[in-house]
Design a binder for this molecule. Sequence first.
Ligand code: G6P
Length: 598
Amino acid sequence: MCGIIGYSGPKNPLPILINGLSRLEYRGYDSSGIAILDGANLIVEKKEGKLQVLKDHLEGKHFNGNIGVGHTRWATHGVPSDLNAHPHTDNKKEFAIIHNGIIENYSELKDELVNKGFNFTSETDTEVVAVELSSKWTGNLLQTVTNVAKNLKGTFALVVTTTKEPNKIVAGRMMSPLVLGVGDEEVFLASDSAAILEHTNKMVFLENGDFVEIIDGTYKIFDINLNEIKREVQDIDWEISEAEKSGYEHFMYKEIIEQPEMIEKTLSGRLVENSIGIPIQLNEVRNFEKIWIVACGTAYHAGLFGKDLFEKVLGVPVSVELASEFRYREPIVGNKDLGIVISQSGETMDTIAATELLKENGAHVLALVNVVGSSLARMSDSVMYLHVGPEIGVASTKAYLGMLVAQLVLAKHWDIENKLNITFEEIKNIPKLVKESLECETEIINIAKGISKKNDIYFIGRGLDYALAAEGALKLKEISYLHAEALAAGELKHGTLALIEEGTPVIVTASQSHLLDKTTSNVQEVKARGAFVIAVGDDNSKKMEKISDQFISLPNAHSLLSTIISIIPLQLIAYHVAKLNGESIDQPRNLAKSVTVE
Ligand code: G6P
C-alpha cells in the first residue's frame, strides 16, 4: 500500500527511482512522483495515474544530483490527483517527503499550522509532516525528523530530503515496512526488498521506531532519541528474474505458470521425517490446547484449508479468524494456545495487530509468510517461509498454493499416527500434479468465453471444496470485477438458490470423495433451476461429470492433493475472464497487494 523508493550514491537517481517504482507499482497505482536533490535545487515531478503517465512526462528529461526519492500512491487521504501525489513539500519547497501509512492526528496538526499562517495545497496527511519539518527545523535533518515524529500518531514509513542538507536522506519507520539495501558506496530504500534486488541482495529490515540517516551512500540507524542502533545485514536469496515478467504478458499469469517450480521450493528440505525445516516439533504442539489461524483475504482462505488438517492430526479445536475482526474482539486466547498467522507479504496491518494480540495473551505464534525478513516473520516466535519467490500480481496465486502446501507439510510432520493417510512420496508429487493440472488451460479459455459477460457467478463446494470456492470467487472478483459469490453447497437451499436462474454459471469443485454424493445433489438442485454448471474433478467424480455442462478433468490424486490442485483451473478462469474483458490484471482497480493500513 504505497511504494517507497530512495537512493543515495554516485549514480544518477532517476533511472533507479523509475525502475524501483515499476517494481513497486503493485502496492499502489493511482499516482506517482519523484524528488531529486541537486544541491540547493529540489526537483519534484508527480502525476496522477499509472506510473506510465509519469514516465511519459519525464521522457527525455535529465536531472543532476545523487539523491532521489520516489513514490507510488494508493490513496487514503484525498482523491488521486497531481496535487495529492507524493512527494509533498513545505511552503518554501525546501523539504520533500514521501510517506506510506496514515498520520491519524494530521487534522489537529494541520489546524495548528494553518493558525500559524502555513498554507496547504493537498488534502493529504503527508503534506502536514512536510510543513511540520519546515516549522520545526533545528539545523539537523535527523534531529528535526525525530522531533516531528514524536508528535505523530498513526503509522508511517517516511523518507525526507532537504535542500538545507543536500547530501542527506532521513527515513523512519513505524508499522509501515521499510527496507535498506546496502550497495557499494550506495544505499537504497524501499517498501519491499524485491524493488531493489537488481542492485543488491544485502538488506537491512528496519524495525518500528528505527530512523536511518543516509549520507553520501553510507548509513547509520538510530532510535527516536538518537541512540545509535546496529541492525543485521541479511542476504536475500531471491533471484531478480523471479521479480520480472520474463516475457509473460502479466505477472499473475507468470505466477500461475511457475507454480510447479515454486512449490518444489516450498517442499524442498522439508519432506523428511523429523524434518529440520519445520519450526515446531510435535511434542511442543501437543501441549497446545487450541489453535488460532489468523489471516486476511487469500491467506484467510488458505487457513480454512489448514483447519481441517490440524484438527484431524492434533485433535485440538482450530478457529480460523479474519484478522480485521479478531483484533477488535475479545477472543479467549491463553498461553496454552498456538497462533498460526498466514501472510504473503508479512506486512498486512490487520494481521500484524492480530499477532500482537495473540502474543500479548501468551500464545506461541508461528508465522507462515513468504517475504523474508518481513514484520510478521520478525515478530513471531517461529517462522516457516513459503519460498515461492516474490509475488507481484495483486491477485495472489502461487503464494496461496504455497500456503496450502506449507500447511499440509506441517500437518504431515505432526501426523505420526498417519491420520491424514498420505505419504511423503505423495506430497513430493505435488509439483508434478500442479504441472499436469495447468494443461487444462485451453479448455478454460473456452469456459472463460462463455462466462465473461455474465453478471453473477456462484462457486460452490463442501468441506475443503468450500474453502476453495471462497478463493475461486475472490480471484474472479478481484481482477474481472464480476460479482462472484462462494457458498457452502449445502447452504444454497437456505436462500441463495433464489438467485439461480436460466444460464447462471455455477462452478463446483468436487475433490472430497466422501462428500461427492452430497455435492452432486446440490448440483442437481441448481441444474433444476437452469444453472450452467462447470465442474472440476477427476476420475472419481464421474457422477458430477455426467450432470455438469462442462467438466474440467484433473489428474487423479489423494483427496487432499485434489483439493490443492483444484485451485489451478479456478485461477485460470479468473485470469482468462479478466483478460477477455480487457481488465488491468496485475493492478486491479481500488486494490493493492500489501495492505499496510486498516
Ligand atoms: C491484500 C491483497 C490480497 C491478500 C491480502 C492479505 O488485500 O490484495 O491478495 O490476500 O491483502 O495479504 P497478505 O500479504 O497478508 O497475504
